[in-house]
Design a protein around this ligand. Sequence first.
Ligand code: SF4
Length: 193
Amino acid sequence: MSTPHQKIPVAVSACLLGRKVRYDGKDKRHLRLVELLQAASLSAVEICPEVAIGLGVPRAPLALMIGAEGVRVKGLEDRERDVTDPLARYAMQVATREPRLCGMICKSRSPSCGLAVALRDPMGRALPRKVQGRFVHGLLNRLPGLPVIEEKVLDDEDGWRAFVSAVKEFACRRGMSSDRVWRPDRANGRIDR
Ligand code: SF4
């Protein structure tokens, strides 16, 4: 078991940390993310599933589409392109490679990382239904109960506190920490990425 002050790792969509890995070559940096992680004694495990499976930057945009094979991640323009299986395999690899992972902070609306992403029909037309991005879906299948949030919760003090508490509880259940109470630590400590 780790000490109460040992940082607990959470996966973070790399674009939220300022990495220019989005399909358009840009990032979606959240200005307070590093500070919030530090104060909560969490360390960031940067993850960009689309880059990790070999897609370049920039790249053609992807979308979640439903058809006879269920929910798939396909090219928005080139619908023959299907990266569902590589994303699912990468989620399994991350769950294995990062056995101490106790949460994830996800970029919203991403077909890989988002928690409630608009679904499209096989022709690419938007449907009134939302589902998990396929990377985070695979990760949650491997790590049931893993606390996950999207970036908007970073701007909601109560929501953030609830997430941190859930992460610490998850760490306790995994035998990684005895500290169920969140003690903000703004005094020192480097952010581990
Ligand atoms: S949302 Fe996820 S897949 Fe998309 S750029 Fe950010 S980290 Fe990469």
